[in-house]
Design a protein around this ligand. Sequence first.
Ligand code: ZN
Length: 107
Amino acid sequence: MLDTPGMRELQLWDGDESVQLVFEDIETLAGNCFFSDCRHQDEPQCAVREALVAGTIDADRYESYGKLQRELKYLARRRDKLSEIMEKKKWKKLSRLATERAHLKRR
Ligand SMILES: [Zn+2]
């Protein structure tokens, strides 16, 4: 078995679309927020908070949505880090190959 760090996380990340589907109503509401990067906390004219107050969104449901969002953000950071490392490794290998090739040409 190959050592594949972050594989489980990457697979989890692939589930992002289905998460968005499950919480489609909240996602749609979030699109109505005044600020496009609204965190739905203390921003003015927040459509999500308004819906929570009005009872359009179930508070428990919103909480699990928020939890999931935080988890996905954390995974996204991890994924970025992982691809950054892989990218670095790739370039290291490529530059080494280029050096080797240049070496061969000189001979
Ligand atoms: Zn909001």
